[in-house]
Ligand binder design. Structure first.
Ligand SMILES: [Cu+2]
Length: 122
């Protein structure tokens, strides 16, 4: 909807001439450290210089190349591994793929910390 304005804002925020670099911070739903790692791993991509998720504020900060990524495609990286963002929702299928303790829609707040159930890591 405000895509044009966003692009304009990104363009003016670019100060380095060689790489078209921009930063974006947005909300991503998550519960535990495993979620944090999963989210950051999803942003380990070409054209993404840095991705740092803060579990306390539930915000992800991304530094990226504007030629390769835009706001929507960055949000979709998070939903792709099952995490809702403040703009897009993961599909039920993507959500279902997540580890049980990370099901942030079903329970609120850090129940991942009590490891009272079996973890099958792969
Ligand atoms: Cu988790």
């Amino acid at each position: 909807m405000t895509r044009f304005l966003l692009l304009a804002a990104v363009a003016t925020a670019t100060f380095s001439a060689q790489a078209q670099k921009a930063e974006l911070t947005f909300g991503v739903s998550a519960l535990c450290g495993m979620c944090e790692q999963r989210i950051e791993a999803a942003f380990d991509q070409k054209g993404i210089f840095a991705a740092d998720y803060n579990l306390e504020t539930k915000k992800l900060h991304v530094v990226y190349k504007t030629k390769k990524w835009n706001e929507e495609s960055l949000h979709k990286l998070a939903t792709g591994v099952g995490h809702d963002t403040d703009k897009f929702k993961a599909t039920d299928e993507q959500y279902a793929n997540m580890h049980g303790c990370c099901k942030y829609r079903d329970h609120e707040g850090g129940s991942c910390t009590g490891h009272d159930h079996d973890h099958d890591e792969h």
